[in-house]
Design a protein around this ligand. Structure first.
Ligand code: NAG
Ligand code: NAG
Ligand code: NAG
Length: 453
């Protein structure tokens, strides 16, 4: 272990020490109560407090937790009961409340987003069923699919699909519940929670299903600290480049065969832009255009473009989609500042932007800072999702061969560098000792030991 990762560990010490003492004894954690259930015992000595997320809450009782999702106009309760202890009366809760025995051992996920959260918590071993498996970017989940330790949900034979769901204790979904799985479906809204740190805190939401509150809090705290360090560094710059997140929507049956160009106003993109030391731009009077000329006119002062168009992976395609010529008089063309979110994909263009970038928001901000104020970061800082097509940066295609932690209990490492020890403009960002991954894996390792006492 290097000095730097020891330093990082010490910074995390407050989060590290508590669970070691708190989790001792045969309660909570992975231990199921057997003969000696005591209604006065607090089975959950580590509890989360929700600091940033707006769309979930947790209430702790002695042997169960009530996790509530509060997506607009639709509060839904999930009662998480410690294994081996009695579930509370269903009549105490609203109709449709889902009961889940924890810690969860067999999880299904209908969206790829949940995978990154579960993997970051070191619980890939609990992941048994995955839908849209062709879009999975995680190398180790791809490996699990190859080895059939993780099963891709059947799409055609609905009898078989229903049988597959029988083996799941819980089905995570970002949309509704699938018919037949209502009593075990958990609808999550990490992608709608409006800020980057809100999204990261959904680690704590997922942790409640595995009794991993303490490491989840440590992870969230380290992501937040690293995020805020990048934010401070970028906002020390006095100039604020104008940043647009834009896309071209080609004519299709979904849009009346009418082309349009769109400037996104998504709140998390606004926050990321401001936190990267940029000025967010989504138009002056309108953010949707049906004329390429009007759209081009609206882009005249934009310094940095983040192109979110689905198709078109290089500069030629970008120029064609935006109906611009390479020598046109635009700052983002002269600055060579045209970025896309497809820096990490799987072989089918399954974008990791929709998976690990939803949780690792310190690494996301690092990427946006690299686009807006690159001189704030080490000169050789690697990009993750946000690649510069104006400089021909390539896509990194992840396959199961990239799984560096085949042990199902190994946490997925954060992709960010450690901001507090970075040297702006300097070299050496690639050293393992300077990634968040090294420090966090060590923390999770120690916590794993503590939790299995
Ligand atoms: C609960 O909701 C279901 C489905 O909406 C309904 O069929 C059932 O009658 C309800 N039960 C009670 C006790 O309200
Ligand atoms: C669908 O799956 C069921 C259950 O595994 C199986 O019995 C049946 O033969 C399958 N149907 C087809 C058409 O393959
Ligand atoms: C930019 O986005 C914000 C937030 O979504 C929205 O309120 C505003 O109307 C948008 N600006 C324009 C010009 O459409």
């Amino acid at each position: 272990m290097t000095i730097k990762s020891i330093t990082a560990l010490l910074l995390l010490a407050p989060f590290l020490l508590a669970p070691v003492t708190a989790q001792q004894g045969p309660i909570g954690g992975d231990t199921c109560e057997t003969a000696t259930y005591d209604p006065n015992t607090d089975y959950f000595t580590s509890k989360i407090t929700v600091d940033n997320a707006a769309l979930f809450k947790v209430r702790y009782e002695k042997n169960y937790k009530v996790v509530s999702t509060t997506a607009v106009g639709n509060v839904k309760d999930y009662v998480l009961v410690q294994c081996g202890t009695p579930a509370p009366e269903a009549s105490m809760f609203t109709n449709g409340t889902v009961f889940v025995t924890i810690p969860v051992k067999n999880a299904a996920s209908l969206a790829t987003t949940a995978l990154a959260y579960i993997e970051m918590l070191g619980r890939r071993s609990a992941l048994k069923l995955v839908d849209t498996e062709g879009l999975v970017s995680s190398p180790c989940v791809q490996m699990g699919l190859d080895s059939k330790d993780i099963i891709g949900l059947e799409d055609k034979n609905m009898t078989l699909r229903a049988e597959q769901f029988n083996g799941a204790d819980v089905v995570f979904s970002t949309f509704g519940s699938e018919p037949g799985t209502e009593d075990k479906s958990v609808i999550t809204s990490e992608v709608s929670d409006p800020g980057p740190l809100n999204r990261a805190e959904w680690l704590e939401f997922y942790s409640t299903f595995f009794n991993l509150e303490e490491p989840a809090q440590a992870l969230t705290a380290s992501i937040n600290n690293n995020y805020n360090c990048f934010k401070a560094a970028a906002n020390a710059k006095s100039n604020k480049p104008l940043v647009a997140w834009s896309s071209y929507d080609a004519p299709s049956k979904y849009n009346d065969n009418t082309a349009s160009w769109i400037l996104s106003g998504a709140p998390y993109k606004q926050i990321l832009t401001a936190d990267a030391g940029g000025e967010f731009y989504n138009g002056t009077t309108s953010s949707t255009f049906t004329s390429a000329a009007d759209f081009a006119a609206a882009l005249k002062d934009v310094d940095v473009i983040i192109d979110e168009t689905n198709t078109g992976v290089d500069m030629n395609a970008f120029l064609q989609n935006y109906q611009l010529t390479a020598d046109a008089d635009y700052k983002f063309l002269k600055n060579k500042a045209v970025f896309r979110e497809d820096g990490i994909v799987n072989p089918n263009d399954g974008r990791d932007w929709f998976a690990s970038a939803v949780v690792m928001n310190d690494a996301v901000l690092q990427d946006i800072v690299r686009a807006v104020h690159p001189d704030v970061l080490p000169a050789d800082v690697p990009y993750n999702w946000i690649r510069n097509i104006a400089k021909d940066e390539s896509m990194k295609v992840l396959t199961s061969a990239d799984c560096t932690a085949p042990d199902a209990a190994k946490p997925l490492p954060d992709r960010a560098i450690v901001c507090s020890t970075m040297k702006a403009g300097g070299k050496g960002s690639n050293a393992a000792s300077k990634t968040m991954a090294g420090a966090l894996t060590a923390v999770l390792g120690l916590l794993a030991v503590a939790l299995t006492l």
